[in-house]
Design a protein around this ligand. Structure first.
Ligand SMILES: Nc1ncnc2c1ncn2[C@@H]1O[C@H](COP(=O)(O)OP(=O)(O)OP(=O)(O)O)[C@@H](O)[C@H]1O
Ligand SMILES: Nc1ccn([C@H]2C[C@H](O)[C@@H](COP(=O)(O)O)O2)c(=O)n1
Length: 226
């Protein structure tokens, strides 16, 4: 299958926090003229909403019901980030550290996951060309994708990148909570540290941003060659 025509093309990218999934997937989607789906933003938007509503985070049924009821909308344009829940624009708010610190409560709720996976699969089915990224895209959401990539980076690189991204506002311990502790919790329900069968690994530890985009595009070309 060619990446340069209008045939159906689904690219699945997973990886741990700070590995570069969102920024690299967005750039890859632009290059391929594809839509871009940030599945983590969906988990974050639900987290924002349950915190705002005062939902008891220890009540798994209440969280699952909140996901089923959620009026969630996400832009698929890699150049125009927009996430809305219940009509409220939460694009910026879902990136706040307080959301990163609580999002695993939603991500580890299996009923919540089932509903979000269903919505993600529907979005992928409705779009001809799409790059979707998250933690379980290569394994659960789109196991039949045309290219499946695990984007990794060392802990040191991921902490450094996230620290720079947050403009030096977070200390070492806060970064470790938001990156490493979150990965440890999320890993209890999905595996995004080891590539499943047929999934290609791109390790970006020693690559700069542009080199990582090229490495992912190379992996996509290899996977989609007839
Ligand atoms: N190869 C790279 N070299 C240097 N910086 C990078 C590289 N890849 C990504 N970055 C930068 O690292 C930061 C984190 O990347 P990004 O937000 O895309 O990670 P992520 O895997 O989506 O994280 P999370 O899952 O926590 O949202 C961004 O500022 C991004 O520009
Ligand atoms: N497919 C996905 C996407 C995301 N998550 C969880 C794990 C993260 O803690 C959280 C936020 O994701 P991020 O914005 O950091 O990529 O959502 C998941 O479990 N499955």
């Amino acid at each position: 299958m060619s990446t340069l025509n209008n045939d159906k093309l689904v690219i699945a990218i997973d990886g741990p926090s700070g590995s570069g999934k969102s920024s690299v997937s967005k750039a890859v989607a632009r290059k391929l003229g594809a839509a871009y789906l940030d599945t983590g933003a969906m988990y974050r938007a639900i987290t924002y909403s349950v915190l705002a509503d005062g939902t008891d985070l220890s009540d798994a049924n209440a969280i699952a019901q909140a996901v089923r009821d959620a009026k969630l909308s996400i832009s698929l344009d890699p150049d125009a980030e927009l996430v809305q829940i219940g009509g409220e624009d939460v694009t910026a708010a879902i990136r706040e550290p307080r959301i990163s610190e609580q999002v695993s409560t939603v991500a580890t709720n299996l009923d919540a996951r089932a509903e979000l996976v269903r919505r993600q699969q529907q979005i992928i089915a409705e779009n001809t060309r799409i790059v979707a990224e998250g933690r379980d895209i290569t394994t659960v959401v789109a196991p039949d994708a045309d290219a499946r990539i695990l984007l990794t980076a060392s802990e040191e690189a991921r902490l450094r990148r996230r620290g720079l991204q947050l403009g030096g506002t977070q200390n070492e311990s806060q970064l470790a909570t938001q990156v490493l502790a979150r990965d440890a919790k999320d890993s209890t329900v999905v595996n995004f540290t080891q590539a499943a069968d047929g999934v290609m690994t791109v390790d970006s530890s020693d690559l700069d941003f542009e080199q990582t985009i090229d490495a992912v595009l190379d992996a996509i070309s290899t996977a989609t060659k007839n």
